[in-house]
Design a protein around this ligand. Structure first.
Ligand code: HPA
Length: 237
């Protein structure tokens, strides 16, 4: 396939080797406008906004993934395969499965468990746990430590269903599979990194708790995740 691809309208040179991926296009815009310098918008297809700029003088891109594994699957595959992207760090929100986690806590995914068929369909693996790239995880941990930002490193659940009929099932998933939080994209991102020989990681901020039923508002979610962003932005090259 040549560039532009069906879902990304720029050329390979327009995107940095490292891409941060929030789910929400407006959060991508907010990150670009708040943290980056010399910013250029490089994608607008389907409103899936992408920007390239510099952070502390180092090049980085930020592109929205949309919600769910099929969506991040499309964008991450095109970035890895056709745009020369070497590492994608998902920066997202998650729901807490554990009473030990509070709203706004930062989570670094060690690996992701999922009931999704994404990895099997992609042809990379038929296991239900996929690791983030260990070197990237170690680098993120170093950055967090240097910034004095606390985080929890754990297994996460990548779910296809936000509104489960059986709400209490999260306790079984937590107890049987060791997942402390839930989100909806990382497993597919990790599968695509395996498929393309590239690197992927995932940093999350707790936006709600299934245990206490507390939640943040969507406006808070758009802007209040500064700790997570500071860690991820340090990955600029
Ligand atoms: N479920 C799935 N994904 C999420 C949640 C949740 O409760 N919170 C943030 N992302």
């Amino acid at each position: 396939m040549t560039t532009p691809t069906p879902h990304i309208e720029c050329q390979p040179g327009d995107i940095a080797a490292t891409v941060l991926m929030p789910g929400d296009p407006l959060r991508a815009k907010y990150i670009a406008e708040t943290f980056l310098e010399d910013v250029k918008q490089v994608n607008g297809v389907r409103g899936m906004l992408a920007y390239t700029g510099t952070y502390e003088g180092r090049l980085i891109s930020v592109m929205a993934s949309g919600m769910g594994m099929p969506s991040i699957g499309i964008y991450s595959f095109e970035l890895f395969s056709f745009y020369g992207v070497e590492r994608i760090i998902r920066v997202g929100s998650c729901g807490a499965y554990s009473g030990d986690l509070n709203l706004y806590d930062v989570v670094i995914a060690e690996d992701a468990w999922s009931e999704s068929s994404f990895a099997k369909t992609q042809g990379v693996s038929d296991v239900d746990v996929l690791s983030a790239t260990p070197d990237l995880v170690a680098e993120l941990e170093d950055k967090a430590a240097a910034l004095n930002i606390d985080y929890v490193k754990t297994r996460i659940h990548s779910s296809d269903v936000f509104y489960r009929q059986n709400f209490d099932e999260y306790q079984t998933i937590r107890d049987q599979h060791g997942c402390q939080v839930v989100e909806m994209e990382a497993f597919a991102l990790f599968a695509n990194a395996m498929a393309t020989g590239k690197q992927a990681a995932c940093v999350l901020t707790v936006s709600d708790s299934l245990v206490t039923q507390q939640a943040t508002t969507s406006a808070e979610r758009e802007s209040a995740f500064t700790s997570m962003m500071k860690i991820a932005l340090q990955m600029a090259e």
